[in-house]
Design a protein around this ligand. Structure first.
Ligand code: HEM
Length: 151
């Protein structure tokens, strides 16, 4: 259990913290200082590195979460409501991530490689909205996860 909760928390911190850094910190700075031919490859490269870690989180969160759910709480029906809310929100986040990874992200990479910056900007705009959504859901999930036991 201690190993499961530690890996679970590290995965949540890396995923949600990484989205926070990308959306709240780097995005406005990159938009101010860089032109599309620099900005769009920057994001394509940054996502290539970040998404390796998100894949690790996307695997680790359900594996460690369900391990705790079944071994510590005795299964879904015995678990408190906040755990089930966390689980439902987690699947929303994972679905949005899979969409980003398999639809607009390959478009961003392809169009950046072809130096088609208007098309790359469109793909990036879609990724930006979806990351903003997932960041919001991630923050709510952490609030539910951390505060739930006191309700
Ligand atoms: C299928 C997915 C998931 C399952 C089954 C699951 C399940 C669990 C379980 C059983 C715990 C231990 C709760 C306790 O005893 O206090 C936990 C803790 C936690 N989970 Fe999840 N979780 C999932 C996804 C997520 C996601 C996506 C996030 C955040 C993005 C998250 C954030 C947390 C946090 C922050 C804690 C620590 C709460 C605390 O102990 O204060 N979980 N989770």
């Amino acid at each position: 259990m201690p190993v499961a909760i530690v890996l679970h928390l590290l995965a949540a911190v890396v995923w949600v913290g990484g989205m926070f850094f990308a959306y709240v910190v780097l995005r406005p700075v990159a938009a101010t200082f860089l032109e599309p031919p620099q900005r769009l490859p920057l994001w394509a490269q940054a996502f290539a590195r970040f998404f390796v870690w998100v894949w690790a989180a996307v695997v680790l969160l359900p594996v460690t979460g369900y391990a705790m759910l079944f071994m510590h709480y005795g299964g879904m029906f015995a678990a408190p409501l906040f755990i089930n809310i966390m689980q439902a929100l987690a699947w929303v986040m994972i679905a949005v991530y899979l969409f980003v990874y398999f639809i607009p992200y390959p478009q961003l990479r392809k169009t950046v490689a072809a130096r088609d910056f208007p098309a790359a900007a469109k793909a990036l705009a879609q990724i930006r909205k979806l990351i903003a959504f997932n960041l919001g859901v991630g923050v709510v999930t952490i609030c539910v996860a951390a505060g739930g036991r006191f309700l």
